[in-house]
Design a protein around this ligand. Structure first.
Ligand SMILES: *Cc1c(COP(=O)(O)O)cnc(C)c1O
Length: 374
C-alpha cells in the first residue's frame, strides 16, 4: 500500500456497523463481561485512539503507535524512559518546548544533558559515553532547518545499544520515515502537519520494535497523557488529506523559496532545498521532500517585526504546518524560552523569521510577502 492509499485505508474500520468513517467510542470503560476485546479502561486503550495509533504505525513503518494529548506529552513520555544517573545526548537546535522540558524537568531528575550539533556526526560520536542512554534528534531542525544524517546517528546509537529518537514533525511521514534509516522511536507533534487544520493538539509516537513498544505502552498507560476519542477522530480525519496537503505545500514553498532567495531584503535564507551540497545530499538520501518551512533573516529586529505585522495571509502565530500560511519571529515566540546567549550562539538572531507555507494560491502568498517586505 503506497502512502496516499495508506492515509485512507491504513487503519481498521468499524466492522460491527460497517461505517466508513471511524466511530468515536466516547467511553471511559468497557465491561469485562462478554467482552473479549483488549479494551477495559480508555487510559490503557480506546478503539478510536487505537485506529489512529495503527494508522501512524503503518505510515512510519513501525510495530506500535501511540497517541498523546500534545506533542510535548509524547516527548515527555518518551523521555521518561530515562532514569537518575543517565545521560541524554540531544541536538542543540531544538524545538523550544523540548528544550524547556529538558532544562526544567529532566534536569531535576538527575539526568545529565549534553547538547550537540547533530548535523556533525563526528561531534555526536565524540559526545556519546557509557552513561548515555538516549540519542535524540530533529531533522530538519527548528527553525534553522539543519539536516542530521539519521543513518549515521543510528549507527552510533546501535554501537552503544541505546535508542535513537527522532522528532519527525517537520518532515512528516509523507516525506520521511526515520525508522527506515535505523531510528528506534519516532515522535510527532500532530498539532502541526498531521492534523493540519489548526483545530487540534496531539502527539504521536511510533516504535520500530515491540520491545520499545512495550516500554512506551507501559509509560503511556502509567503517565496517562493520552489523546481523547474526539481528537483521535479529528486527527484521523485531518490525516486523510496529508498527502494532498504536503504536495501542495511543497510546490508553494519551492516557488516562494526561489523568489525569496534573490530578494534584497533577505540577508540569509534557510531551506533544505537550497542547503549546502553536503547537507542537501544527506537530506535527499533520507527524505522525499523539502517541507513547508523557510526561515529568513532580515536586516534587523525592527524589520522582522514590521514584516510580520504587515503580512495579511501569513498569520502571526506560534504554530506551523497548517493549511493557512504562518509567520513566526523565532527569538520572541517559538524560541522565547532559550537563554539569549545560547539562542544567539545557535544562530537564532532577533531578526530571524520562520515562514510556514500553507495551501493558499501561491501568487497571493508571493504578493503578500512582497508588499510586507517592501
Ligand atoms: C510543536 C512542536 C512540538 C511540540 O508539540 P505540541 O503539540 O505543541 O505540544 C515538538 N516538536 C516540534 C518539532 C514541534 O514543532
Amino acid at each position: 500500500m503506497r502512502k496516499k492509499t495508506a492515509l485512507i485505508h491504513g487503519h481498521h474500520h468499524d466492522d460491527a456497523m460497517g461505517s466508513i468513517s471511524p466511530p468515536i467510542y466516547q467511553s471511559s470503560s468497557f465491561t469485562h463481561i462478554g467482552n473479549d476485546s483488549a479494551f477495559r479502561y480508555s487510559r490503557g486503550g480506546n478503539p478510536t485512539r487505537q485506529n489512529l495509533e495503527e494508522l501512524i504505525a503503518h505510515l512510519e513503518g513501525g510495530q506500535r503507535g501511540f497517541a498523546f494529548a500534545t506533542g510535548m506529552a509524547a516527548i515527555t513520555t518518551v523521555l521518561m524512559m530515562l532514569k537518575s544517573g543517565d545521560e541524554l545526548v540531544i541536538c542543540a537546535d531544538l524545538y523550544g518546548g523540548t528544550f524547556r522540558v529538558i532544562e526544567q524537568v529532566l534536569s531535576q531528575m538527575n539526568v545529565a544533558i549534553r547538547f550537540v550539533d547533530a548535523s556533525d556526526s563526528a561531534a555526536v560520536k565524540a559526545a556519546v559515553t557509557q552513561r548515555t542512554k538516549m540519542l535524540y534528534i530533529e531533522t530538519p531542525s527548528n527553525p534553522l532547518l539543519k539536516v542530521t544524517d539519521i543513518a549515521a546517528m543510528a549507527e552510533i546509537a546501535k554501537a552503544h545499544d541505546i535508542p535513537l529518537v527522532a522528532d519527525n514533525t517537520f518532515a512528516t511521514p509523507y516525506w520521511q520515515n526515520p525508522l527506515a534509516h535505523g531510528a528506534d522511536i519516532v515522535i510527532h507533534s500532530a498539532t502541526k502537519y498531521l492534523g493540519g487544520h489548526s483545530d487540534l493538539m496531539a502527539g504521536l509516537v511510533v516504535t520500530r520494535d515491540d520491545i520499545y513498544g512495550k516500554r512506551i505502552k507501559r509509560l503511556q498507560n502509567t503517565i496517562g497523557a493520552i489523546l481523547g476519542p474526539q481528537d483521535s477522530f479529528l486527527l484521523i480525519r485531518g490525516m486523510r488529506t496529508l498527502g494532498l496537503r504536503m504536495e501542495a505545500i511543497e510546490a508553494n514553498t519551492r516557488v516562494l523559496a526561489e523568489w525569496l532567495k534573490d530578494h534584497p531584503a533577505v540577508k540569509k535564507m534557510y531551506y533544505p532545498g537550497f542547503a549546502d551540497a553536503a547537507s542537501k545530499a544527506v537530506h535527499d538520501k533520507q527524505s522525499d521532500g523539502y517541507g513547508g518551512v523557510i526561515t529568513i533573516e532580515l536586516e534587523s529586529q525592527q524589520k522582522a517585526e514590521e514584516f510580520a505585522r504587515r503580512c495579511r495571509y501569513f498569520v502571526l502565530a506560534d504554530s506551523l504546518g497548517a493549511v493557512e500560511s504562518m509567520i513566526n519571529i523565532s527569538a520572541q515566540m517559538s524560541h522565547g524560552s532559550f537563554p539569549v546567549k545560547e539562542r544567539l550562539a545557535l544562530g537564532i538572531s532577533d531578526s530571524l523569521v520562520r515562514l510556514s507555507v500553507g495551501i493558499e494560491d501561491v501568487e497571493d502568498l508571493k504578493e503578500d510577502l512582497a508588499q510586507a517586505l517592501a
